[in-house]
Ligand binder design. Structure first.
Ligand SMILES: C[S@@+](CC[C@H](N)C(=O)[O-])C[C@H]1O[C@@H](n2cnc3c(N)ncnc32)[C@H](O)[C@@H]1O
Length: 283
């Protein structure tokens, strides 16, 4: 499928999800939320972090990790969240940075950026500069070498041009800057015809998931070094089912049950860090 068509599909799904949330308090996973929100159910964040967040940021969270928790953020740093969604990791990062810190949330789905602005206003981050940018990851419009850290949570798998997204992360990081990412990838090969079917529908977070060797070489080709895996796990059947229809069944048609069965054991959630070498800007 063509890159522009995939981007439109992603924007339509996440835009619909963000708009629906404005009219349904307690909305979660495309259904009314019960006693807990998805992020809490999944155990991605500490309960102490989640209780401090506005409800909208918790309920629209669609991540697969907690990148601000393993990015080793330091007071005063500049952080960019690639594909910030409703801003859950923007808010958590801002709380770690203190008075002189700055966080940019980047997302190309305008209704999502509007919800993120709402969430940030409700979070009352008086001491930290926070800016939400309606832009694509492949071309954020941010200046070269402006960031200490780029974080991202379950987004790069959705990008048809992962190389361009990682080249942009490299460009905006200062030499010696860090990447802290949670993402979805394929840990074992799947047959070409299944891959083609998943890609055709760009189904949830599985349609664009790359085989891991290709993923790591994309990062290295962008210039990143010192790749370190922080944690990884094979998605359980339930996680796979949820991820395949992310952001919710009302927005993304699920793959056929038989395809999901064939995918079992092949899809992993991976959290990793990498570095832009100190000499990174020298051509
Ligand atoms: C699975 S959600 C994750 C959102 C957020 N990181 C979180 O943890 O809740 C993916 C988000 O990435 C955004 N996104 C996907 N591809 C993008 C791209 N190429 N440029 C900018 N934003 C993108 C979508 O609009 C959506 O809000």
């Amino acid at each position: 499928m063509r890159t522009n068509k995939i981007r439109k599909i992603v924007q339509t799904r996440y835009g619909g999800f963000a708009k629906a949330a404005s009219s349904a308090v307690g909305f979660c996973c495309g259904k009314p939320a019960e006693s807990t929100c998805c992020a809490l159910e999944q155990g991605l964040y500490a309960e102490s972090e989640l209780v401090s967040l506005p409800e909208i940021a918790r309920n629209l969270s669609r991540g697969c990790g907690n990148p601000s928790g393993f990015a080793n953020l330091q007071p005063g740093e500049v952080v960019v969240d690639f594909g910030c969604g409703c801003g859950i990791d923007v808010i958590l990062a801002a709380r770690r940075l203190g008075t002189h810190g700055r966080v940019y949330g980047v997302d190309f789905t305008p209704p999502m950026i509007e919800r993120a602005k709402q969430a940030v206003a409700q979070a009352d981050l008086r001491d930290v500069a926070v800016e939400m940018l309606d832009a694509s990851l492949e071309d954020t419009g941010l200046p070269r070498s402006c960031a200490d850290v780029v974080i991202s949570n379950c987004v790069i798998n959705l990008c048809p041009d992962k190389a361009a997204a990682y080249r942009e992360a490299f460009r905006i990081l200062r030499p010696g800057g860090r990447l802290a990412v949670s993402d979805i990838l394929l840990s074992r090969p799947i047959d070409a015809e299944l891959r083609e079917r998943l890609q055709t529908g760009w189904a949830g977070c599985t349609g664009g998931a790359l085989p891991e060797d290709d993923y790591w070489s994309t990062l290295r080709s962008a210039g990143f070094t010192e790749l370190e895996t922080v944690a990884r796990h094979v998605l359980s059947d339930r996680e796979l089912d949820d991820m395949a229809r992310c952001p919710g069944e009302a927005f993304t048609p699920a793959p056929a049950v038989a395809d999901l069965v064939r995918l079992r054991g092949a899809v992993e959630s991976v959290k990793f860090t990498a570095i832009k070498p100190p000499s990174g800007d020298v051509a």
